[in-house]
Design a protein around this ligand. Structure first.
Ligand code: C5P
Ligand code: C5P
Ligand code: ZN
Length: 506
């Protein structure tokens, strides 16, 4: 425990030191700020936190959202710094490219007016256990690089990119503690609430405490079904809870609910949603489902409860039932904006816009949900998932584009489907429109991550073995890269080998 306390102290001191460097730069030079961030919910939340905190200090800033900090993007940034006087922030990426940034910006251009706030394992470091390499990287980059692994924190689970921006913002001004809810949205986007009943651990828990202290967020236990869909649909189409006999069948599910003596229609004649039920009704349903599942599935009640009951993180300032009230839905909305070419709307909403940007986002959300649903159906109906011995993969063809291929791969892994083999990682490949490359998004179920699968390493190894000079990486359960079209076969073959080695040490 003391060790953890020391680590936290060191982490905060490192952030303070970087803040001091930043403030002295601001005092010395007339400068504006350029934030580069990632296009997913975490990246947009990270950008929004910094944006909001600079706005409050009257510091001019702009935000650029990138699909990834690739080599070509770094080249473009290099050109930009020559013509401007910007101070740069890299958020939710940058650690996986830190050597590249060090080479291109500091060594070649003598430009060190930048800060990386990122939670990915740093470039060329394979594991959090590699403390020698981590210590060396920390020592060499501490002037401009904050990464949780330097302080013994697990970046995949304990803190997101948005969380790091939150600690930086809080160090600039305590007032920014009211941005703690944005950091929780980022962490949910990166699926970091993986403790029992979707709880948070580590640094995320500290952020959540800040949000609770300010009465921004309420944490409520609830049934793990959509709170806004008609309840029979929410149960029948749940992606996480499988109830043989009810799953997939909305009519039987409705009969099941009615048999509990619960009135299922509201005054408008529509089926009620979870949001519309009171505590006693929810309790009745919970007990009935536990009984039903333990009969049909032969699973212990406490195992069922772990999945059936979850924490909901509710934003007190938002209207109950709106997308923004439940932070999981908020995060989904940001993902929709980022992935459907409307990142600026997402940032505006995360920074507080509830008018134009929020209105526009409603249509995007509908399109996003439809696109995901159509893509999954297309994959299944046409049996597009192909098998190798240790991995599986699919090509998105004209249907699954680069911006959603990662989300589709995640959904396959999380979905409650017996057709999908959770014991092999999945690699989704989407041809990029403006370049002769495939974007690769790999995802693995926790069952195999716990047995040693680390997709970030597997992708880096496969790139090396295939002689590909590209950046790649991520986290053990989720990683990505891009590869030239003519190298796809060899790359997949090498991924297959890398996973075999991780699982069977041969
Ligand atoms: O770049 P960043 O770390 O923010 O992105 C992590 C990505 O990996 C997110 O898109 C998240 O949804 C995905 N993920 C996943 N499964 C996990 C953890 C993260 O699909 N277990
Ligand atoms: O792009 P995708 O959603 O598949 O990315 C999964 C994870 O891998 C994210 O955390 C992302 O930031 C990371 N990634 C990376 N380097 C790349 C591509 C993806 O670190 N070149
Ligand atoms: Zn992230």
């Amino acid at each position: 425990m003391d060790n953890l306390k020391d680590n936290f102290k060191e982490f905060i001191e490192a952030i303070n030191a970087i803040k001091i460097k930043f403030l002295s730069h601001l005092r010395e030079k007339e400068t504006s700020i350029h934030i580069y961030t990632h296009l997913d919910a975490d990246g947009l939340s990270a950008g929004a936190i910094l944006g909001k905190c600079f706005l409050r200090e009257n510091i001019p800033f702009q935000i650029t959202v990138l699909r990834q900090l690739e080599k070509q993007e770094i080249e473009k940034i290099l050109k930009n710094i020559k013509n401007s006087n910007n101070f740069i922030f890299f958020t939710d990426f940058g650690s996986g490219q830190y050597l590249e940034l060090q080479n291109e910006l500091i060594l070649k251009e003598n430009f060190d007016s930048f800060i990386i706030l990122d939670h990915h394992l740093p470039q060329d470091i394979d594991s959090k256990e590699d403390t020698d390499k981590l210590n060396r990287a920390y020592k060499n980059t501490r002037q401009w690089h904050i990464n949780p692994y330097f302080f013994g924190f697990e970046g995949s689970l304990e803190i997101s990119g948005a969380g790091l921006c939150y600690f930086f913002a809080k160090s600039l001004n305590k007032k920014n503690m009211d941005l703690s809810f944005n950091a929780i949205i980022g962490a949910i986007g990166d699926i970091q609430n993986q403790g029992p009943n979707k709880s948070f651990i580590g640094l995320n828990l500290r952020i959540l405490e800040n949000a609770k202290e300010l009465d921004l967020i309420e944490v409520k236990s609830d049934l793990n079904f959509s709170s806004i869909k008609p309840l029979n649909e929410a149960i029948a189409y749940s992606k996480e809870i499988n109830l043989p006999g009810l799953t997939g069948d909305v009519n039987r599910t409705l009969l099941f609910l009615k048999s509990l003596g619960i009135l299922m229609e509201n005054s408008d004649g529509n089926i009620r949603s979870l949001n519309e039920l009171d505590k006693d009704e929810k309790q009745k349903i919970t007990s009935a489902i536990i009984e039903y599942a333990s009969l049909k599935l032969d699973i212990e009640p406490n195992k069922i409860i772990e999945k059936l009951i979850i924490n909901r993180y509710l934003l007190n300032s938002e209207v109950e039932g709106s997308e923004l009230h439940d932070l999981a839905e908020f995060s989904n909305l940001l993902n929709a904006c980022g992935r459907l070419n409307s990142a600026s709307l997402g940032i505006a909403i995360a920074m507080g816009d509830r008018k134009i940007a929020y209105k526009k986002s409603q249509e995007i959300l509908i399109n996003y949900k439809k696109k995901l649903l159509d893509s999954l159906l297309w994959l299944k109906d046409n049996q597009k998932i192909q098998q190798m011995e240790y991995i599986q993969y699919f090509f998105g063809e004209d249907i699954i584009t680069e911006s959603i291929v990662g989300t589709i791969a995640s959904m396959l892994v999380f979905e409650n489907s017996e057709e999908f083999d959770k014991l092999k990682p999945i690699f989704g490949l989407a041809k990029r429109e403006d370049e002769n490359v495939y974007k690769v998004s790999a995802r693995a179920h926790e069952k195999i991550v716990n047995k040693g699968v680390n997709l970030s390493n597997a992708i880096r190894e496969a790139c090396n073995r295939s002689n590909l000079d590209v950046l790649g990486g991520g986290h053990p359960p989720a990683a990505g890269t891009k590869i030239p079209v003519d190298k796809v076969e060899i790359f997949l073959k090498n991924c297959n080998i890398a996973i075999r080695k991780q699982l069977y040490k041969k």
